[in-house]
Design a protein around this ligand. Structure first.
Ligand code: DIG
Ligand code: MN
Ligand code: MN
Length: 391
């Protein structure tokens, strides 16, 4: 029997990744100054490698200061690549910081200043170049500043049209450069803008259908962002999976109706996290398990690494719970009974006039259907008992 610590010890094959900005979060918030010193990207790579992570992700400015000279940029990239090769850590995803620069005060791709919209596209192309240099294959677009505080600012259709203009242009750049990135839009309902364009997975999926290269673009949903909006995150992920558009995922913890807490994965709603992990595993998701989250502001650096280790450990513990759930005979028998009732006596056929005519005249036993419950209370209790460790 392997020791408990071995069973839940993260390894690179688990494909856990962290943004440099996550463990590098210095704890600044709207009401307080930083509480932790900045961590060098190379140090972050080394520390996460020792914890068993697979890789790191980054915004351009997480690695290269906005005002860096070309020589400084090349030195920083050289040193970072040396840390990657020394540790075997990868960079699966890259993205652009289109939210810190004051120029983005009214948005980046959707700013009411044409110069800023051009600057945002220029900055994204340069950041795509950096991502390719580091081996990234997924490129995330989180439009944190794409929105308004008042609809007096712009017709929302104009904002969406400018968003599409930028995405179409950058899809062409991806093709022209031969980068072969998979683009992933990251929805969020609000914060830092009063209301953000593409607020949910559904809005993003609809927007993708209007692009010139829809096949190139998917989504990068985040637990906290759907939860902030009071939505069931697993339902949104299921919608993305159904559309073949789950290109990446941001894992964390969040209480409904709060600001974007970005807490440690599984720390707020273990049942929601369990069913998310079960959905991803049932769907055969082979992408990165990316934690876009950070340690509590009350923590020092030691707490940051506890946060990182706990994120991965919780995912592995939930994987073990999924295995227990799938091996539990009473749970599986109850699920089989539900499936039998759901599937009925024969599969529902595609439409035909003859079938429609027969169906319209069929006598269906709705009376007993009205009377029969589904046993979900017992099934959910059994689920809770697996999660609480008594099954
Ligand atoms: C916030 O949820 C955003 C930024 O952290 C980043 O641009 C993106 C990548 O995961 N998530
Ligand atoms: Mn978030
Ligand atoms: Mn995110």
């Amino acid at each position: 029997m392997t020791a408990d610590s071995d069973r839940f010890l993260p390894r690179p094959e688990h494909r856990f990744t962290f943004g440099l900005w996550t463990v590098g979060n210095i704890g600044r918030d709207p009401f307080g100054e930083p509480v932790r010193a900045p961590l060098a990207p190379t140090y972050i790579v080394e520390k996460l490698a020792t914890l068993g992570a697979y890789g790191v992700n980054l915004h351009d400015e997480d690695l290269i200061p906005r005002d860096a000279s070309t020589a400084e940029r090349d030195r920083i990239v050289r040193e970072f690549k040396a840390a990657l090769s020394a540790t075997g850590m990868k960079v699966p995803m890259a993205t652009t910081n289109l939210f810190t620069d004051p120029a983005f005060r009214d948005g980046a791709f959707t700013s009411n200043d044409a110069r800023v919209r051009k600057y945002a596209i220029q900055k994204t192309m340069r950041s795509m170049d950096l991502g390719i240099e580091l081996g990234a294959s997924t490129y995330v677009f989180w439009g944190g500043r794409e929105g308004v505080e008042t609809n007096a600012a712009k017709d929302p259709r104009t904002g969406i049209a400018w968003y599409r203009e930028a995405m179409n242009y950058l899809c062409e750049y991806n093709i022209a450069q031969g980068y072969n990135y998979k683009f992933a839009l990251e929805p969020k309902p609000n914060e830092p803008r009063g209301d953000i364009f593409l607020p949910t997975i559904g809005h993003a999926l609809a927007f993708i259908t209007t692009l010139d290269h829809p096949d190139m673009v998917g989504v990068n949903p985040e637990v906290a962002h759907d939860t902030m909006a009071g939505l069931d995150f697993a339902h949104g992920v299921a919608q993305a999976l159904d559309a073949g558009k789950l290109f990446h995922i941001d894992l964390n913890g969040q209480k409904p109706g709060r600001y974007d807490q970005d807490h440690r994965f599984g720390s707020e709603d273990p049942k929601q996290a369990f069913f998310l992990v079960k959905l991803l595993e049932d769907a055969g998701y082979t992408g990165m398990r990316h934690f876009d989250s950070h340690a509590y502001r009350a923590e020092d650096e030691a707490g940051v690494w506890e946060f990182a280790a706990g994120s991965m450990r919780t995912y592995l513990i939930l994987l073990d719970k999924v295995a227990r759930y799938n091996a539990d005979t009473e749970i599986q028998q109850r699920l089989a009974d539900i499936r039998a009732r759901a599937e009925g006596s024969e599969p529902f056929p595609r439409f035909s006039a003859s079938h429609a005519a027969a169906l319209k005249s069929e006598t269906i036993d709705v009376v007993s259907a009205r009377a029969q419950g589904f046993g979900y209370e017992r099934l959910d209790q059994l689920t809770m008992e697996v999660l609480l460790g008594v099954r």
